[in-house]
Design a protein around this ligand. Sequence first.
Ligand SMILES: Nc1ncnc2c1ncn2[C@@H]1O[C@H](COP(=O)(O)OP(=O)(O)OP(=O)(O)O)[C@@H](O)[C@H]1O
Ligand SMILES: [Mg+2]
Length: 577
Amino acid sequence: MIKKFASCVGKYKIFAFLTPLLVICEVVLEVRIPYLMSQIIDIGVANKDVGFITRYGLFMVLLAIISLITGALGAFTASKAATGFAKGVRQKLFHKIQDFSFANVDKFSTSSLITRLTTDVTNVQHSFMMIIRMMARAPFMLISAVIMAITINKRLTTVFLVALPILGVCLAIVACMSYPRFGKMLKRFDKLNSIIQENLIGIRVVKAFVREDHESEKFRKAAEDVRQAQIHAEKVIIWNMPIMQFIMYGCMIAIFWFGGNMIIVGQMKTGQLISFISYVSQILMSLMMISMFFINIVISRASIQRITEVFDEVPDISDENATETEVASGGILFNNVHFEYIKGKEVLKDINFEIKSGETVGILGGTGSSKTSLVQLIPRLYDATNGEVMVGGKNVKDYKINALRQSVAMVLQNNVLFSGTIMENLRWGNPDADEEQIISACKDAQAHDFITSFPEGYSTMLGQGGVNLSGGQKQRLCIARALLKKPKIIILDDSTSAVDTATDKKIRTALNKSLKDTTTIIIAQRISSVIDADKIIVMDNGKIDQIGTHDELLLSNEIYKEVYESQQKGADENGEA
Ligand SMILES: Nc1ncnc2c1ncn2[C@@H]1O[C@H](COP(=O)(O)OP(=O)(O)OP(=O)(O)O)[C@@H](O)[C@H]1O
Ligand SMILES: [Mg+2]
């Protein structure tokens, strides 16, 4: 695990190494100062030697200044290293998430991944900074101050021997109790983030259904949950400081008591007691740092664990053993395919069919009948649980994923556009496409006219997710973007649902013409969208009900007939009106 995190420091390694060195310099100088002070009191003041006092005084000031400078430099290099480290962890996480399949993302949930990338990384960053500064400073200071204290007076040092174990036990209890509480708090953060995310993505729906109050209440509850979990955890942590201080002042009192008595009987000098007290505070200060360090580790252990989970997640779709880099044709074959999202809940059962390269196939079926699930197996967005999915005569698992997905363009049911110009969004399909190709694809997708009707045409800026487009316009842009890939297979998952019937027909005619050799799969609710297809697959509840042409199905398939008649009736009624 340490190795995994250490690799994130990257080029900031030099700062991570410099920090402890600078900190040690600072501590060496700092520990020297109380000793000089005791010399000034016990020799300079006692002998009224002004020369000695000035010399030692100036030397003390010089040490203090150098110690200040090294301290400041140490803080600077520590922040450099820690921020660099955080950037490294975020990059590594983000990179890892890019390799996730849909199933991997489903497992973590988007909001949890966001918390892991933000809050959790910040927690780990703090700990990292603590490690490189405090881990050098605290033990080093502790040891040097103890040595100095022992050289001044051995007997007085026994006071610590009593105090240290008590302190250790108390801090261990605090750390053990707070760990699970912080874990719980972070889970509640996930929930809060998920509510914020859902609300912001669906803000239009929220407004349309006048659900603002309900959403606010939901948010209030989640925020309250976070607050409570935080208090629950902090309640334990706050004991850290009082315990520390109680023991520190207890030690001071004991040392003044015993030290005072020693001065009275002449076993110790005043200057020695004063510097001894300085060392005591240095020792206790370093203990405090160590305890703060442990608390911090406790808080971030939960975060470290959550980040490690992402690092360790094995992308369940990988192409490590795949060798094929070229999809030969657009032929598709499903052989006894079964599929489940959640173990034991099959959504596709025993699917068998063949599509020849260049054919146009329609898929029809009620909502939830697993049409989307079926086609998602073709570009390997998910893997079949059982059976084989073949593309171009080879199992999809034999292809390098990039090669497969480059050949299979899928217009997803709820597709997204990104902020940027229309042109930039279209180039997602093919970064090297020239203007002519782009315009031709847009013409096929019936998008060219509306794009050129915008004052800025293809340079029109799209807001986040393409907010400034209508539903049908967005769908047509997504189709154009897919066409630019010049794919061997194109899958349109309900991609013209928001487009009027006439435009829908125009798109199909254009696709027929320009994608003669491309296998086209059209999932649709309207029979009119699939009526001309070479064959139509009728899905029912995760199974293929029947495969046939429009005419065949009309004769022999109950589901198809029913859908056809209801749509015919609707069309007639509309016609009469
Ligand atoms: N990511 C997922 N995790 C778990 N179950 C899922 C997931 N996506 C879909 N399902 C389930 O799989 C089944 C089939 O869903 P699918 O999206 O394939 O249907 P569909 O035919 O495309 O429906 P629609 O016409 O509404 O788009 C549904 O019962 C749904 O609840
Ligand atoms: Mg669907």
